[in-house]
Design a protein around this ligand. Sequence first.
Ligand code: CDP
Length: 240
Amino acid sequence: MSLKKQLINEQGIRTDGRGIDDLRPIKITLGYLAHANGSVLYEQGKNKILAAVFGPSEVHPKHAELPDRAILRVRYRMAPFSTEERKSPAPTRREIELSMVIRNALESVVLTELFPRTAIDIFIEVLQADAGTRVAGVTAAALALADAGIPMKGITAGCAVGKVDGKIVCDLNDIEDKEGEADMPIVYIPTLGKISLLQMDGLMTQEEFKQALSKAINSAMKVYQLQVNALKTKYIKVER
Ligand code: CDP
């Protein structure tokens, strides 16, 4: 019989030293790449995610273009060296599905109708993964889109919450994601007060779910504040 590993100690401290509501440290480096229209290196704890935006540009193949709006193309990939066990470089079903999930989360904010017959390409490259990469990917993509000057109704801010050792905790790391009882990634759009991605693995009661949702929105608001600060620092120059 294997004993379940304790992930939160009696003092309420998690394996990486955080309290149950604490997020991992976040670092945002805008304009990280020279050849993209917009880019960011987004670090959240051990997660290191590069997002690059190209466009709006002509659509190839031509028949894929839409007469009334731009198409968003999202490619989420994990580098072979991003996980503890080397991952195959071939795209997995998970990566293809997450590319679609992320595109859906972004489609509700990008003003695609301003750029008919064009494509906006968003690349999300996970260089190092430590759980929550889909929501960190959406967070990073919004920053890269803003960096590219693409108009949006709001900025998507993501964070996962979950149930670990019977408690609802914010921003799960890899071991909490794998060994915890539930994992719930969400993406929130503060300017619209709307959620554009919500998934859940595992089991929670209705009460726990309500608590998780409220903690997820609070966490996303903290992420949003950091996104806004990073964009203001780069783009709002104080006149002297
Ligand atoms: O990353 P996210 O939580 O959005 O997606 P997941 O499918 O729930 O994966 C959770 C974590 O498992 C990832 O962030 C990686 O740390 C890890 N993982 C892995 O080690 N190898 C894979 N092929 C896929 C995920």
